[in-house]
Every structure is written in C-alpha cells, then in structure tokens.
Ligand binder design. Structure first.
Ligand code: SAM
Length: 899
C-alpha cells in the first residue's frame, strides 16, 4: 500500500513542553486519544439548518441528494472517461493505483463491523491508550467491509433536530504503485486536503520530474521540523491558527530587547519544512532539504550576478515588488518564487520563500545569519481562497529573538516538562544533524504523511509557476469526508456541533439585547439570531474590519436582520466609570466634553427600561448543594428592544446586555485536522490572560440577572477551567456558574494546574461546564454504560446532586424520587439519551446503512420505520449515535450583582 511507504501520522505533534504539560493535565491515555483525533478530520461533520428559511426535513432530503450527486459525479463513467483510461472503481487500475474491493467504507459501515483487527495504523503509537488513541476510531479498527464504493449518509441529529450530520469514512486503504510520480505539499495544504479540499498551486512544494497534466500522482505532506540553533529568524509558527493575533506576525523588541509579538506573546522558535519550493522528488521518494545546500544552483547564481544572494535574501527590487503585491492583497509567497523561478530549470532549488514555517502557510526566507527576511503566508483553503501575510522583521529582532528564545525556554524548563529549550532540535521527536538541523539531509517518504492519490491539473513546471488555481484534483483520499463548501447556501451552514451547543446554551430570548463580543465570522452570531427568532438586537463585535464584513455578509446570506456588526476592540466596549459618572452628574455638553464621545453619552443612563414581564426561570438539571445566591433572573425584567431600534456601536454603559457570548480568540488546539501545533507554554499562558481581559469587560457589560456563555475551541485547561475558576473568584458574589445546558460534552477538569498550582474546578463546578474532547461522544441508552455519568430525560434520572453535595449519575435501578436533595432534570425530547462519559465505551451496535450507489437513495429504512422525534424519525430501539467532535469548552455564568 502506498500508505505503507509513508509514515502515516497517527497524532498531532506538540511542542514538547506543551505535551508534557498536557500529559500532566490529562494523563497519557486521554492526551493520546485527543492527539490522535486531532490529526484526522471529523468523520461526522455537521451542518446547521437555517430554520429561518428552511425546514430541516426538507433540507435533509436535499442534502442527501447533493451528496449523492457528488458521489455520482465521482463514480460516474463519464467522469472516469474524462481522465482517460483511469478506472478508479475497479480492483486494478492501469496507471498504478488500486482501490481494492471493500477497502473504502463509510463510517457507518465500519461501525457495524465487530472485529478489532488493527487496520492501517502504525504499530505501537498510543497502543495502550484509550480507544481511538492510535488515530482510528474504535469502530474503524476493523477489517475493511465489503462495499467497494464510498457513500455518505446524511441524517438529522437525534438530539438537535436542526443539525444535519454527514458521515464520512476513513482512513481508507489506498493501494498505489510506489513508482507513481509524487507531489509533496506544505502542511497547510495537507491539512486542508484531509478536510476534503483539493490542492492549489501555492501549496505544492516538490514534485517528481516530468509530471504532465492528467497524470495520476501520489500526494503527501511534509511537516516542519526545528531548524538549527543558530538560525537567526524567529517566526511565530501558529499565528494564523489562533485566528486572532494578527499582531503575532509583528516582531516587536520589548524594552528589555527581548523579542515578542504585538500582544506581548513570545515568539516560537523556528520550525521549517526544509523543502524548497520547486524541489524535485527523487526516484524512491526522497527530497533534498534546503539546508543541505551551501550554494545556490548555478543558474540562480547567474541570475544573481556577481554577488550571490545569501539564503533568504531577495534583491531590493524583488523585495519591494513582493511587499507591494502583498500589501495590495495579492498573492503570495510564490510571487517571489515566480520571479526567481522564471527561466530556472525544473527542479532547481530556490532559496526564497521556500520554507513553510508554522501558521497557515507562513514561510520564512531567513537562513543562516541573514537578518533580512520576508515572511509570507499563504492559505489555500478548501474554497481555494488565498490570503497572505508579509512581514519583514528588523535586523535587531534577529539578535533579540535568540534572547527571547532563551528566556522562553527557561520558563518552559521550569515546567513539569522534561524537555529542553523549545528551540532545540531534539524537540518534536526528530534527530539533529551535525549542523543542528533536524531530520538529516532529505525528506524521506516515511517522514511525510500520505494524503491520497490525485490527478495533476497542471504539469510540473506550471505547478511552480502558477500563483493561484488548482494544481491537483484529489481522487482518492485517506479520509473520505464530503465537501460541504457552498452546499445549499443560505439554507445550511457548516458548523461544528460544539459551536451549535454553545449558542444553544446561551439561548437568548427574542426581543432582548444580546452581545457577541468576538463574533467573526458570525457562525454563532447567526445561530443566536435564529434562536431569538430574529427579534431584539444582537450586537456583533470584532476587532478586524474585514471580518466584520464577513459577519454582515453571512447574516445577509442567512436572512438574519437583528444583527448589528461593528468593528471594535471588545476590551474597550464598556463605558468607563469616569465617563458614566460624568454622564450622570454633568450636563450633556459637559459629559461629552469629559467623555469625548457624544454617541456614547447619548446611550448612557437612564438604564434600560424594565417594561417586560418577568422572564420565567430556566429549568435546571443541577442544583448546587451549597445555597446559591438568589437568582435574580426570575425577577429581573429583560430589555425590550423595539423593532428597528439600534443599539449602535460601542462603548456601552455597564449592564446593557441581557445575554453575552464570549467566544474569545484562543489557541484553537481543538481544531482538526492538525498535524502539528507549535504553541509554546508562555504563549498559551499569555492567551489565557488575554481572555481574562475580555471576561472582565463582559462581566461589566452584562445586566444583573443576565447570562454569559464563555467558550473556546481549545483543549488547554488554562484557557478553560482555569479561566472559569478565575472569573468565579475574581467576581465572587457577582457571578455564579450555571449548568451549561443542554449538557452534551464531558465534565470539566477538577483539581489544579500542575505547573502553577492555580485552581481549576470543584466537582460541582466541573459538572456544570462542558468539555468536548476531540474524538467522539457517544449517545447511548443509559443502560449501555452503567458506570458513566448520564444526563437523562425521562423518569427524573440524570446528573443529579446528592445529599452529600456530590453530583451523581442516577442509574436506572436507583430511585431518587424520594430524595429531597434531587431536583428533576428538564425534559428532553423523547427518545434521546446523552452520555457524558470518558474513555472506552461499548460500541454502538449499528448506524443507518449507507445508501447504495445508483439512483437517489431513499432515507435509511430505520428512519422511516422509527419513532417520530419532531421532524426527525429515529429508530426507537436501536439508534446509538456517535459524534466525532472537535475540542471545545463551554461554561455558562449568571451575573447576580454588579461587581
Ligand atoms: C474564536 S473567533 C470567534 C468565532 C465566532 N464566534 C464564530 O463562531 O464564528 C475569535 C474572534 O475574536 C476576534 N477578536 C480578537 N480580539 C478581539 C478583541 N479584542 N475585540 C473583538 N474581537 C476580537 C478575532 O478577530 C476573531 O474573529
């Protein structure tokens, strides 16, 4: 199998200090399970149905049809004929690939197979870990089933009837001839391919000689590795992954001379893939690494004239042109390639913009002692959109960077980690060569991650010349996850289940004043608007202007009207006390003078009128054993926003909002698939501190009795449990935790941070938050997991407080009816079970079968025969469910008094 020539990456690669910290936080098996899941795409991607426009039942039919069309297109003879003499569906393919009968199967089919033989998984890695720790869902550790085609089922989620779930499959066993030409893509293109994208030209790093358009090629991705100790340039490796700190790209020497980024975050040490764009894959699959070359190719020397450029250096006009193009929003790293590449023979190594360093396509040209560098990022997402970043750190950055690296590593070394400096090449489990570069002189197949087989859209030369456009059309993928991009636009939107749950936990009432503090691109904003029935005012803030445009555009697409989107720094969204006092005591003119903002003064007191009827208390599953502060939500009237009334841009007086969603920038260590995370510990700590500054503002903006949901898409406890604990302690008496219902995820972490000792959550608090581990959540009948903590619906069972103050799972055979300490849980829809459990669980016995290839299939039989659940039919007796989720965290607070 082609896979066997490569080192299939079973788990995301961490900074060693972070890995040691997470191991101390989660334990080895749990971290292994999460790391494995992070390295592959979710096999149950979810689409939220826009219920403002469409009925879920209708949408599911359309979706099934769309997916079926995609599959038909793929399997249709005319499609196959298009690529002459390549028949992908037969057991033997003339051009060197074979997809053996039965080796590609849907997730559903895999689930039904009971055997547990390891399949397509490297030995050893995470073997002792929990189910899934080897990179394969438990149900996938099976012999491949017999269906030769890959089909995708679409179903409505049994617990969330406006959520459509697509079932993907993988890892598939793709058998191809080792003699097939090869293309190596950068990690970002690789991660996008794992999610279902094709490969765009800027993502191609290296290719075998002589590839022509139409050829079938094996595709793999190369990961970054630490670059030698003396390399000068320090480039943030994950700036884009944080999807927040654009300023991370800016290298700012601090007062001490240490290099940090705009937000004070220390920069990570340098990682580089080492493959120069345009490099040639040798027969046998190896690619020479750029740091093994001391001198540029002769032709490049000729281009450079008598004074050869040092590695990473562009000549002045080239630098200026590159900067001009990037500032103008043009693409991309390859523009400098393009210029230098012109006239170069194929396969010549280019020393510019060649090493892709962390982040989405950041690349650095800085090598050796050069302090002159360009750092260009390219993102080729599944929709093919390219974006770029350009930065040119000053030369003094280079020297101060190493100081910072030292200080950052000394901080790291104080951790429980046994690892050394983050800049050390022994990090990330790779060997150093004598020059301090890891991984030796070439990238071998086993160093790369196999992605599948593709059809070349461009010939080799064109791949490296093109600055945009498709280079490879994937034909066989390791993971078969249907592409959801642009599917039924306006009717559905791709949204991960935990994100949907977060908005549902806030569940803002129609007609109220709602704030989404960090809102772009607006996925949760638009769901909140839907939950408000598009009535009331929903202010959506984001710091970045272009992202605010995205919120507006999404709201338009989905037909949402109650959203007001503004560009603003949310940490400054509350009117200062001085300004509020001025507004109360002075004349308006004086207040304006004091505040310097007439709009803000106009919106200042009197406070929101209390004209609505009291809001009914929300039913709660969980009662605290300790008495909670009086719940003002049952008496506090919510704002009533007249139709058409605008709240306007910030700042707002304290206590303006009834509901606040705080989905702050985070380390995003729950997003998948990711093959490498280069965040270091100081960066993670700094991120948590930044989130606390946003929490501070959120608490002030929340009206007494109002509710706030705090969520992140990271597994990092410092940004989750530690921040919740911090908020409860910092605003003690003003803020309390409420159960983040509907409870779907796992409980939070209890105890304390293994490094700092700062507290996490008590048992009681931990039961109120939701933690989604990347991997899977099972929805099962309670009886299937007697040891798990269960939230149930009927009969008053569920996660319940006991007399001793502990929360306990109510079992089927326990009767709590007479226990006065137990409150009834809220009713859930019939026929739903939610299992909150960790670890290996009994496998579901079945999921609906995949539709057969051929004409539009009917919905699976069970759904038709099953019991009605709202607009969804599910089989009453036998409908276990698995959600293969991203890492996420949700906490729900209520403000009981102004702090
Ligand atoms: C996790 S994303 C939000 C995702 C969004 N809630 C959704 O579901 O589509 C965080 C966002 O916070 C924005 N951001 C970062 N710092 C901010 C600040 N100080 N004020 C407002 N927005 C900020 C970033 O631009 C980014 O778009």
């Amino acid at each position: 199998m082609a896979n066997h020539h490569y080192g299939v990456r079973a788990a995301v690669r961490w900074d060693p200090a972070v890995e040691a910290y997470f191991t101390a936080c989660f334990g080895t098996p749990r971290l292994a399970a999460m790391s494995a899941a992070l390295a592959r795409p979710s096999l149950t991607p979810t689409l939220r149905v826009n219920t403002l426009r469409s009925n879920p039942q209708d949408v599911i039919q359309k979706l099934q049809h769309e997916v079926w069309k995609q599959q038909q297109k793929y399997h249709h003879p005319s499609h196959r004929n298009h690529h002459q003499h390549h028949d992908h569906d037969t057991a033997n393919i003339r051009d060197g690939t074979r997809v053996r009968d039965g080796e590609v199967a849907s997730f559903n089919e895999l689930q039904t197979t009971a055997t547990s033989t390891s399949w397509n998984v490297p030995d050893g890695e995470g073997a002792a870990a929990l189910a899934g720790a080897d990179g394969v869902l438990p149900a996938q550790r099976t012999q491949p089933p017999t269906n030769p085609t890959s089909t995708t089922t679409v179903r409505l989620h049994p617990r969330f009837p406006a959520v459509a779930v697509l079932f993907g499959s993988g890892p598939c066993d793709i058998d191809c001839d080792p003699g097939l030409p090869e293309v190596v893509v950068n990690r970002f293109a690789g991660e996008a391919v794992l999610k279902g994208a094709h490969v765009y030209a800027p993502g191609v790093l290296a290719a075998s000689g002589g590839i022509a358009a139409g050829d079938l090629v094996a595709v793999s991705t190369a990961l970054e590795r630490p670059v030698g100790h003396n390399e000068g340039q320090c480039v943030d490796a994950d700036a884009d992954e944080s999807h927040l700190l654009e300023s991370l790209y800016l290298s700012v020497p601090g007062p001490s001379g240490a290099l940090s980024c705009g937000k004070g975050l220390p920069l990570t040490p340098r990682l580089a893939v080492g493959i120069s764009r345009g490099a040639k894959v040798q027969p046998g699959g190896s690619v020479p690494l750029s740091w093994t070359r001391q001198t540029p190719p002769r032709k490049l020397q000729r281009l450079q004239g008598s004074s050869p450029l040092r590695r990473g250096q562009l000549r002045q006009p080239q630098q200026q042109e590159l900067r001009r193009r990037n500032q103008a929003g043009g693409s991309s790293a390859e523009c400098c390639e393009g210029e230098l590449a012109d006239g170069l023979r194929e396969g010549a190594e280019l020393s510019t913009a060649a090493d892709y360093i962390g982040g989405h396509g950041s690349s650095s040209t800085s090598h050796g002692s050069s302090s002159n560098s360009c750092s260009v990022g390219n993102i080729s997402d599944s929709s093919g959109v390219l974006s770029s970043e350009y930065s040119e750190p000053s030369s003094n950055s280079t020297t101060s960077c190493s100081r910072d690296r030292e200080s950052s590593s000394s901080r790291s070394s104080s951790s429980s980690s046994s690892s050394s400096s983050s800049g050390n090449s022994s990090n990330y489990g790779v060997e150093e060569d004598e020059r301090g570069n890891s991984g030796g002189s070439s990238s071998r197949r086993q160093d790369r991650v196999f992605l599948g087989v593709a059809r070349a859209v461009l010939g080799r030369r064109a791949m490296f010349r093109a600055q945009e456009g498709l280079a490879l059309q994937m034909e066989r993928r390791l993971y078969d996850v249907p592409s959801c991009n642009g599917l039924l636009r306006g009717e559905v939107m791709l949204q991960a289940l935990p994100s949907i749950v977060a908005a549902q936990v806030l569940n803002p009432r129609p007609g109220t004043a709602v704030l989404d503090m960090c809102a772009a691109p607006g996925g949760k904003t638009t769901l909140l608007a839907t939950l408000m029935s598009d009535q009331g005012r929903l202010v959506a803030l984001d710091r970045t202007a272009t992202k605010v445009a995205e919120i507006r555009s999404l709201a338009r697409d989905l037909g949402v009207r109650c959203v007001e989107a503004y560009q603003a720094d949310a940490t400054e969204a509350v009117v200062t006390e001085a300004a509020a006092a001025a507004a109360e005591q002075l004349t308006e003119a004086a207040a304006v003078a004091a505040v310097g903002d007439s709009k803000a003064v106009a919106r200042m007191p009197p406070p929101p009128q209390a004209t609505s009827s009291p809001s009914p208390p929300r039913p709660s599953t969980i009662a605290s054993a300790a008495p909670l502060p009086t719940a003002p939500s049952s008496t506090r009237p919510l704002s009533v926003i007249a139709a058409g009334q605008l709240l306007g841009p910030p700042p707002y007086p304290a206590g303006t909002f009834d509901h606040i969603l705080l989905d702050p920038p985070c380390s995003a260590l729950g997003l998948r698939p990711r093959l490498l995370h280069s965040w270091n510990l100081p960066q993670l700590r700094a991120m948590a501190a930044y989130q606390r500054s946003l929490m501070h503002t959120a608490v002030r903006l929340l009206a007494p009795g109002g509710e706030m949901v705090y969520c992140t898409c990271t597994i990092n406890p410092d940004e989750n449990e530690a921040n919740v604990a911090w908020a409860l302690d910092r605003f003690s008496g003003s803020l309390r935790l409420l159960p983040a219902e509907p409870l779907v995820g796992l409980t939070g972490l209890t105890g304390a941070d293994p490094e700092t000792g700062s507290r996490w959550l008590s048992e009681q608090e931990a039961a109120m938050v939701q933690r989604f581990d990347p991997g899977q959540l099972f929805y099962e009948r309670r009886s299937m997991a007697p040891t798990a903590t269960i939230v149930g619906e009927d009969g008053g069972k569920g996660l319940q407080p006991h007399k001793d103050g502990q929360l306990r799972a109510a079992r089927d055979n326990e009767s709590n009816a007479s226990d006065p300490a137990v409150l009834s849980p809220p009713p859930l829809p019939p026929c739903c079970w939610s299992l909150r459990a960790m670890g290996a669980l009994p496998l579901p016995s079945s999921l609906p079968p995949s539709p057969p290839a051929g004409p539009m299939p009917p919905l699976p039989h069970q759904q038709v025969e099953g019991k009605e659940l709202g607009s969804l039919s599910v089989d009453e007796e036998d409908s276990p469910w698995v959600d293969d989720v991203m890492g996420f965290f949700i906490a729900r607070f209520q403000k009981v008094a102004q702090p």
